[in-house]
Design a protein around this ligand. Sequence first.
Ligand SMILES: NC(=O)c1ccc[n+]([C@@H]2O[C@H](COP(=O)([O-])OP(=O)(O)OC[C@H]3O[C@@H](n4cnc5c(N)ncnc54)[C@H](O)[C@@H]3O)[C@@H](O)[C@H]2O)c1
Length: 429
Amino acid sequence: MSSIAVIGQGYVGLPLSLIFAEAGATVLALDVDEAKVDALQSGQSYIRHIPADRIRRAVESGNLRPGTDFTTVSHVSAVVICVPTPLDKHRQPDMSYVENTARSIGPHISAGCLVVLESTAYPGATEECLLPILESTSGMQAGTDFHLAFSPEREDPGNPLSEIGRIPKLVGGLTEACLEKAVALYGQVVQQVVPVSSCKVAEAAKLTENIFRSVNIALVNELKVIFSRMGIDIWEVIEAAKTKPFGYMPFYPGPGLGGHCIPIDPFYLSWRAKEEGLTTRFIELAGEINQVMPDYVVAKLADGLNDFGKPIKESRILIMGMAYKKNVDDMRESPALRILELIHERGGHPYYYDPFIPVLPKTRAHMQWRGMKSISWDSVSLGQFDAAVIVTAHEGMPYQKLVDSVPLIIDTRNALVDVTPGKARIIKA
Ligand SMILES: NC(=O)c1ccc[n+]([C@@H]2O[C@H](COP(=O)([O-])OP(=O)(O)OC[C@H]3O[C@@H](n4cnc5c(N)ncnc54)[C@H](O)[C@@H]3O)[C@@H](O)[C@H]2O)c1
C-alpha cells in the first residue's frame, strides 16, 4: 500500500484520508487549520456523520497522520488536493486555495509523485491553474518528472449510499502515464475507477452532474410556484409522475439551494464559457429561479400571517432547521440564512431550532448572525411563536409538538405530510 498526503481535511478530504488509512496506506492528513489537525490527533471528529471512533482507530494504527507541515509531502508517492473552490464576491471562481496549496507543496514533491486535484473546478483548471504553479515551484515538468490528474469527488454527505468506495470514481490524467498512476491509486480503495481521456473531461463531467441537479431543481421550483397558484400540490404531482418507469426522474422543490456544490459549481462553467464568448442560459436561469426561493417562502409566510390579521413586523417566527440539507451539520450557503435575514429585514423576530447547529458558525455572507443560538426545544414555550417555517427537515424533528402549539406553519419540505395538523394552519411553500 502506498503512502499519500491528502491536503484539506474537510467534508471531502477527511473521509478520503480515512478510507485510504483503513485500507492500510500511510496517510498524511494535512490542513492549514490547526484546530482541525489537533482534533484529528486527539481522535475527535468535527463532522457529524464521521464517527470519532474511526478517526481514533486510524490515528492509533499509525496510518492516519494529521499535520500542518507541508514539507512532509516529500515522503509520499501521491498528493490529493481537497481544498475549497468557492466563488468570490463577484461570483467568479476563487481558485486561491488551490493556488496556495500548489505553492506549499510544489517545492517539496519528489520526482515521480502523482498530484491529483479533487476540488471541483472549471474545465481546464488542472492544466491552466495547478500545473504552472507546480512546475515553477518544483522545477520539474508535469507528465515527465511528476504526474498530474483530476478526479472529482462525488460524495453526498449524510447519504449512506454515497460512501466513497462504492461510487464509481472518474479519473482524467495529463498523460497516459498520469492516468495509469491515478487509476492504480484509486483502484486500491474504490470498487470501480472510470478513466476518461483528459483532466478536462473529468472536470466537465463533474460540472455536468451538478448543473443537471441545479437546472432540474429550478424546474421543479418553478412548477411548484405555478401549481400552487392553480391549487395543485407539487408533491402529489411528483409522486404521481415518478410512477413512470422511464423518462422521468424525481427532483424535489425546496426553499433554495445550499451547500458547497450546487449553488456554486455551475457558475464555474458560466465564468469559463464567458472566456469563450459564450453564454450559459440554462445555468443563469436556474440560478435566478433558485435564488428567489427564500423570497417566495417569506411571501407565503406574509400571506399566512395576513390571514391572521398580522404583519411580519413584530411577529415571532421560528425557523425549523438551519443546515443546508437534512441530517448534516453544514451551514454553507444555507437558504435558511437568507430566510432569517428576510424576516429580520421586515421587522420580524426570527428564532431557530436545529439540533445539529446549536450555534450559528461564521459563514461567507450573513456574518451578523454568527453566534446566534438554537432555541432549547425542551425548555422553550412554543406558544410564544406566531409562525414557524420548516426549512430543513432533519429526521426525528418534533413536528407533532410544533403543529399542536404554533398556529401557522410554512412547510417547504412536505415534512408534515404524515402529521395530524390539529389547529395549525399549514401552507406549503
Ligand atoms: N462538501 C461536499 O459535499 C463536496 C462534494 C463534492 C465535491 N466537493 C468539492 O471538494 C472541495 C472541498 O470541499 P469541502 O466540502 O471538503 O470543503 P471544506 O471547507 O469542508 O474543507 C476544506 C479544507 O481545506 C482546508 N484548507 C484550505 N486552504 C488550505 C490550504 N492552502 N492547505 C491545506 N488545507 C487548506 C480548510 O481548512 C478545510 O479544512 C471543493 O472544491 C468542493 O467543491 C465538495
